[in-house]
Design a protein around this ligand. Sequence first.
Ligand SMILES: C[S@@+](CC[C@H](N)C(=O)[O-])C[C@H]1O[C@@H](n2cnc3c(N)ncnc32)[C@H](O)[C@@H]1O
Length: 235
Amino acid sequence: MDNTPETMETKSRNIYEKFQDWILAKKNRLSHQKVDRSWREEDEYYTFNIGGFSGGTKDRPEFSARYYYEISQLIDVISEYDISAERSLEIGSGYGRVSPWIGRHSSDHYGVEPNSKVRKKSQKLYPGITWTGDRLPDLEFEQESFDLVVTWTVLQHIPPSLIQESIEEIERVTTEDAVVLICEETVGDAGSHTWPRSVESYKEAFADFTLIDHKTRTVEPTYPEHAGEIMIFKR
Ligand SMILES: C[S@@+](CC[C@H](N)C(=O)[O-])C[C@H]1O[C@@H](n2cnc3c(N)ncnc32)[C@H](O)[C@@H]1O
């Protein structure tokens, strides 16, 4: 057996490095588990966790990448369709991750979020936006209140028993020339809190609107699945 001090040092360095890899892998697994559990802790809402987001990215670099890709695409769609609003509404705004980017293209922007914990965050961070705690299918707004309505990964969490009513509620609060922009999961099996619906089924459900385009949602390249579609509807 070679027990020279140099060999012993190499051996212990190898063991140390393996141990470090093991700790890192364990930490990653734990952070995934923590993220995945959090939506259940939020009761019935599938929602964003403060500092991360449920069932989503596992660390800050991935979160930053997701944010970069999603916001770039949102800005591109807004610019391509020349979207600007007098009064706009984002339904299911979470802690306001996407909200200010929509608000930039509107004279008067509203965010609706039933989860008061995350809504309080957005209220503090974006005081120029009006926040309410409504919840689909019941919005406390008069009919034809908004010329732009956005849902970003929200309708996919509304159960089959409430989805048509929720879409009719969106139609009720929109003006005659409104744009509705939705970004939702479209493929895969239904889970305990997510119901992917095809573009075709959204097209049918938004009976008062015409689907003018749809694009695959772009997220970080390490995301393992299809991330859904952005759909643009006009009256
Ligand atoms: C996956 S999060 C998306 C949050 C935000 N749109 C974003 O992209 O950062 C889904 C959000 O929809 C909200 N939500 C769930 N059911 C809702 C309902 N029936 N009406 C309005 N919002 C709802 C949740 O509380 C949660 O904040």
